[in-house]
Design a protein around this ligand. Structure first.
Ligand SMILES: Nc1ncnc2c1ncn2[C@@H]1O[C@H](COP(=O)(O)OP(=O)(O)OP(=O)(O)O)[C@@H](O)[C@H]1O
Ligand SMILES: [Mg+2]
Length: 189
């Protein structure tokens, strides 16, 4: 999988974020890790639920909150377990919590999604880049979310952006500078 720097996508409804999650899930392989970063209610669980659906998880997927890791049976070829980690309550990672997350990440035929992943940078540092994606979500309005995808899923996110031009932020218009007396239309530099 080609690794690009980042892709930025705006979604305008929870359903659209779910569609994006479903699309990105198609590129997941065994032992992929998705680090989800974003405040309360930004859409991390909406994205997780869509990925879980794609992977064939039948049980409802909610923010685990009071358990660090929830494990779900998945039925997609090559992926038999989805680990859903929620680090909201993590202040200082204990040795046993750290070991449990590492064990999930390293389990063959698994995909691990981590909400509040910015709270465990030392764990993420151990994940090889080719297996790691980060999705940072910012609330950009009541129903708008700005998602920045970096790492292994960036190429897929770019494909989504190409197919959904309205999800891509419009670049600021460059000012046109004309010299006085010029008759022909000015070209943008
Ligand atoms: N474009 C959007 N994408 C995702 N969710 C949206 C969007 N617009 C509105 N929402 C709403 O925002 C909420 C996102 O909730 P969700 O549980 O996914 O957030 P979260 O990031 O997991 O929060 P928490 O950290 O509390 O677990 C939902 O109520 C959803 O309907
Ligand atoms: Mg959540």
């Amino acid at each position: 999988m080609a690794i690009h720097r980042s892709a930025i996508i705006t979604t305008r409804s929870a359903r659209e974020t779910a569609r994006l999650g479903h699309f990105l899930a198609g590129s997941l392989r065994s032992r992929h890790v998705i680090a989800l970063i974003g405040g309360l209610g930004s859409g991390k669980t909406i994205l997780t639920q869509a990925i879980a659906r794609y992977l064939g998880v039948r049980r409802p997927v909610k923010s685990p909150t009071f358990v660090l890791i929830a494990s779900h049976t998945a039925t997609r070829t090559g992926v038999s377990t989805l680990f859903h980690v929620d680090c909201y309550r993590v202040r200082r990672l204990t040795g046993s919590d750290r070991a449990a997350i590492m064990e999930a990440i390293e389990m063959p035929h698994s995909v691990t999604l981590i909400e509040w992943a910015d709270r465990i940078p030392s764990v993420l540092a151990h994940v090889p880049q080719r297996r790691l994606s980060t999705i940072s979500i910012a609330v950009a309005g009541t129903h708008a979310r700005r998602l920045s995808v970096t790492g292994a899923l960036t190429g897929s996110a770019r494909k989504w952006a190409t197919a959904h031009p309205s999800s891509v932020p419009v670049p600021a218009v460059q000012p046109v500078i004309c010299s006085p007396g010029r008759r022909r239309p000015c070209a943008h530099s």
